[in-house]
Structures are given as structure tokens and as C-alpha cells.
Design a protein around this ligand. Structure first.
Ligand SMILES: [Zn+2]
Length: 565
């Protein structure tokens, strides 16, 4: 870069700031990877208030130590910008820690067994909630199934007096017991709602599986039960949920979190916490409310860099389709393993269009969930129409959440339109074993989780975990991005792997870009927020096989040490 006057002034400014102020905190003896191309590696970092004051050698940074400066020895450990999860569900992470976890179960019988144990310790009438089961991950299915899913009978026999609701690992279906169906008034005559479906037995009776929007028939009854609790009880539950989510993040070195679906009520509660300085994770919220409410109330919820950059509300979330596992992903051609269906469109195209128009006018970023190739194409078409009307809309950084299955001709459209591919490395390796069953080899090879092709065609890419759909662990995710290696040791089309350098950017500076925050986060350089993560191994050089077990040693948020192993 040619030196120019503003560059010169900023150098003078940094010199003045550095010269006249001593650091509050100095981190020495680190193996610092800054992600700042002008100074990629360093030994030490000086911090003043919540910002990075200077990055450099031990000798340079020691000059900023004053009488009150706190010193921390990084002990030669790998030090990087705080990790940003670009797509996950914050309250879901906290709730998951309070719910039965079926993600490691090996059979339906095991799921029923865990519920039976919970029945013994839960007062009658209270809901038993759980999540994370996935029939495709079990070595064998139960004797009785409907469309490959278990049916509710054994579950209901063990839980006659408790409503039970167990979320599928995909987040796009639930299994419930007879008590829950009774409370929701579900009978064989109950019709499937728009954008959803009850799986039925041969005689038309509900099997207990509710896919996509059909799950609302049950979850609404639960929500109502929850709403009827006293306000103080609800607030206490909410605060505990947030505290657990924050704790999970800090323990994994995650300092910023893009929440893929917050209600107005959530926003109000987060504001309260943030105002008291009690938010420990920086949140970037995507509003998720029925469209008519958004149009009316979205604007007054807008909040950029609120509360010392702990809370930002400038995005809206919507759903175009469901997930591939439950065959809810909306495809251009039929499913290979169920030729009578092409999946589901869960929000009418007109509503999506209307919201996009509203967002463009009101300066909101649109984040649309799209998994199937049809869903992705429809979203790109809608985004393109808005951008064509006013080319400056391409600078709005609109996102497609997941962008999992694409037709090859749609891949370059992301880069061309400035649409961010907000994807999850871990979905590839965890879904990989059954993807080809759903969509066949050809579609899987040419369009499934094609990070490499997207980046090479000029798309912005950001990485998240989609926790609690997957585990929140960013290192398992990093490993998935660079190896695409599945549990069985096979790689899912390894030609689409990212380099380690790219994977690191995808969870820091590229994720920051997806939230308009690349000047605040994602790099360790003067002026940036002092969000810093220290690890027990080097992500750029450690044996790939050792990366998933990476441990976080320290997490700093805004210069405060909030987690230490
Ligand atoms: Zn999600």
C-alpha cells in the first residue's frame, strides 16, 4: 500500500495513544496469530479499557507496562482473536443443558429408558423435554416404525402422566407421547397444517412424529403452559438459560455469537441484562417473529453496537424450507429415497419477498434459512430482484443460512450478488453418511456443502455450528472444515476442504464481516475489541487428528479474563 496522509495520521495517532497511556493489561510470551495481514504473528498484546492498544514483541509491549498494569504470561501458547460463531441458537444452547440429551443414544429403547428415569423425578403434569435423537445414527431401528421413524407407543406407556416432547437432532421434527397429543387435541382426524406434516400409522393414527410446522401443534401448547407460569418464574428460567449459554461459549473460547432467531421478548430481556453489564457474550441477533409483527415493530428494535458492542439488532431471520434429514429441505428434483416428495416450502414466497422489501427499506440484513437447492434458488431470485431494483442493496450483505445443497449454476450467484454463505462445517461431516441416500451421489458431489466452490467463485463465507443442532465446539467444526472427515474415517468429497488459514478466518474475521463488524472483531490489531482466545495447541500446525480435542486455556472478552481453565 502507498503511504497516504490518512495512513500517516493513523500511525501518528497510534503512536500518541501508545506514548501517552499505559496499558491496563499486558499479555506476554504468546504465540499470537493476529489475522492482521500487516503483522500476522506477534508475542505480546497490550490492552487499554476494552480495546487492543498495541500488538508486538515482548520488548515493544513491555514499554507500555505501568504501575497499575496487570501482566499475564501466555506461556508460549497459541493466541488468536476471540472465536465468533456465525450461526447458532443462544437460548437453545442454554436450554440444551437443562434438557435430556439424546445425541449419544444408540437406540430408541435407550431414549425411552432415559425418559422413564426422568418420569420418576419430575412432578406429574410437568413437561419432560429432550433433544438430539436421530434414527439414522442408530445401528438398528426399533421393530415398529413409520416412515423409518420410531412410534410413540412404548414412550407413552412409560410416561402416562407427563407430556413429553423430544426434538429431532435436525431441529425439524419432534417425537411426542400420547399425553402431549391429548393436551393438544390431536386425533386421527386432525389435518396437517401448512408447511408441516404428522407422520401417520397405516390406520391414519398419528405416530407421534410431527415434522416442520406440524410441531407447532404441540410446541404451542407447551409455550402456553410456560407463559402461564408467573413472570418472576419465567424470568428466572430465562436468566439461568442465558447464564448457561454464556458459560458454554466462554469455555470454548467463543466471544461473539450470531443468534439465528430471537423474539422481541428476548431482545427486551437481553437489553435489560446488557444495561447492567451482565452479558458476557457479544450477541448479534436475527429477529424472528411472524412477518406482520416484524413489519410493525422491527424498526424500533434496531440497535447497532449497543451496550459497548455487546448487543446488536439489525438482522431478520426467516425460513424458506426445512432440513434434509427429515426430508423437509425443498428440492428441485424429488428425493432419491422418497420419490413422491421434493420437500417443503415453509414460508410463502410472497411473505419472504415482502419481508425482503421491508428489510431493504429499513436497513435490515436478511438471513434466510435455505437448505434444499430449490429453496436456495428461490432465495437468490428474491434477493436478486431486490438488488436489481437498487444496486446498492448488494452492499447489504444479505445472507443465506446453511446454503447446503446448490445446483452448480447457482454457486457463482452468491459472489455476484454479494450474498454471504453462512454455513456450518460440522453439518457436512455429521450429515455426510446419509446425504447421498437422500439426494443421490451426483447431487451430493456437485452441490452439497460446497465451501471451496463458493469461496473460489467469490462468495463471502462465514462459519457457525448451529448449536444445539450440533455441538457448540468450534474445534470439531474447524476439523470438519479442513478434513470433511466423517466418523467412519471417509472424507465427504475432500475436494471441497478449506485450508487451515481459511478455516481460521471463517470463524473470526469472515464471521465478523457477516455482521458488519470486521473493523471491531476478528483480528488482533490496535483499536479492535480485546476479545482474545488462548488455546493449548496450535490450530495451524497441530496434527489434524488432535484438533477436535483442543482445550481453551483463557478467554478474554473486552479485555476481561472471563474464563480460565
Ligand atoms: Zn439454525
Amino acid at each position: 500500500m502507498k503511504p497516504n496522509i490518512s495512513h500517516f495520521l493513523s500511525v501518528v495517532l497510534i503512536f500518541l495513544i501508545a506514548g501517552c497511556s499505559e496499558a491496563d493489561l499486558v499479555l506476554l510470551n504468546g504465540n499470537v496469530v493476529t489475522l492482521n495481514p500487516d503483522q500476522p504473528v506477534a508475542q505480546a498484546i497490550a490492552i487499554k479499557d476494552d480495546r487492543i492498544l498495541q500488538v508486538g514483541s515482548n520488548a515493544e509491549i513491555k514499554k507500555l507496562v505501568g504501575l497499575t498494569t496487570r501482566l499475564v504470561d501466555l506461556d508460549g501458547q497459541f493466541t488468536m482473536p476471540g472465536i465468533i460463531d456465525a450461526h447458532a441458537h443462544f437460548l437453545g444452547v442454554g436450554q440444551a443443558r437443562q434438557r435430556l440429551d439424546f445425541s449419544e443414544t444408540q437406540s430408541w429403547a435407550e431414549v425411552v429408558q432415559l425418559v422413564a428415569e426422568a418420569v420418576k423425578t419430575t412432578p406429574k403434569g410437568q413437561w419432560i423435554l429432550g433433544r438430539g435423537w436421530h434414527q439414522e445414527k442408530w445401528p438398528a431401528l426399533p421393530d415398529v416404525t413409520a416412515e423409518g421413524y420410531p412410534v410413540h407407543n412404548t414412550l407413552s406407556a412409560f410416561s402416562p402422566d407427563h407430556p413429553v416432547m423430544l426434538g429431532h437432532a435436525s431441529g425439524h421434527g419432534i417425537m411426542v407421547n400420547a399425553k402431549a397429543m391429548e393436551m393438544a387435541g390431536i386425533r386421527s382426524a386432525t389435518a396437517d397444517p401448512e408447511g408441516g406434516r404428522m407422520v401417520r400409522l397405516a390406520d391414519g393414527q398419528p405416530s407421534g412424529i410431527f415434522l416442520e410446522n406440524a410441531g407447532l401443534l404441540i410446541s404451542n401448547v407447551y409455550e402456553q403452559w410456560f407463559k402461564n407460569l408467573k413472570t418472576a418464574e419465567r424470568e428466572a428460567i430465562w436468566q439461568r438459560t442465558v447464564a448457561l449459554a454464556s458459560e458454554s461459549c466462554l469455555r470454548l473460547g467463543i466471544t461473539s455469537f450470531h443468534d439465528a432467531g430471537s423474539t422481541f421478548e428476548d431482545v427486551a430481556m437481553y437489553k435489560k441484562l446488557a444495561a447492567f453489564g451482565q452479558l458476557k457474550t457479544r450477541l448479534y441477533l436475527m429477529l424472528l417473529e411472524p412477518n406482520y409483527k416484524l413489519l410493525k415493530n422491527g424498526q424500533k428494535n434496531r440497535l447497532i453496537d449497543g451496550y459497548h458492542h455487546f448487543l446488536t439488532v439489525r438482522a431478520v431471520k426467516q425460513y424458506m424450507d426445512g432440513a434434509l434429514g427429515s426430508r423437509g429441505a425443498w428440492l428441485l428434483e424429488p428425493y432419491s429415497d422418497m420419490p413422491e416428495t421434493r420437500g417443503l416450502n415453509v414460508t410463502a414466497l410472497d411473505s419472504v419477498r415482502q419481508l425482503a422489501g421491508w428489510a431493504a427499506e429499513n436497513e435490515f440484513q436478511v438471513c434466510t434459512h435455505a437448505i434444499g437447492d430449490r429453496a436456495n434458488r428461490e432465495v437468490l431470485d428474491i434477493y436478486e430482484a431486490v438488488i436489481d431494483q437498487d444496486p446498492k442493496n448488494s452492499a447489504r450483505r444479505w445472507r443465506i443460512e446453511h446454503a447446503q445443497h446448490l445446483q452448480p449454476q447457482d454457486i457463482p450467484r452468491f459472489g455476484k450478488l454479494g450474498v454471504i454463505a453462512s454455513m456450518q462445517g460440522i453439518h457436512c461431516t455429521s450429515d455426510g453418511p446419509w446425504v447421498a441416500k437422500r439426494i443421490g451421489q451426483e447431487r451430493a458431489e456437485n452441490g452439497a456443502y460446497v465451501w471451496r466452490s463458493l469461496i473460489d467463485s467469490g462468495a463471502h463465507f462465514a462459519n457457525g455450528t448451529d448449536a444445539p443442532v450440533e455441538r457448540l465446539n468450534p474445534f470439531e467444526n474447524f476439523y470438519a472444515l479442513i478434513t470433511r472427515q466423517m466418523k467412519d474415517g471417509e472424507a465427504f468429497y475432500s475436494g471441497q476442504c478449506l485450508t487451515r488459514d481459511e478455516a481460521l478466518q471463517a470463524m473470526t474475521v469472515w464471521a465478523a464481516y457477516a455482521a458488519f463488524e470486521e473493523n471491531l472483531k476478528g483480528k488482533l490489531q490496535p483499536g479492535m475489541l480485546a476479545d482474545i482466545t488462548v488455546l493449548d495447541r496450535n490450530l495451524l500446525t497441530a496434527d489434524a487428528e488432535r484438533i477436535p480435542a483442543t482445550q481453551v486455556l483463557k478467554t478474554f472478552v473486552g479485555g476481561r479474563l472471563l474464563y480460565e481453565k
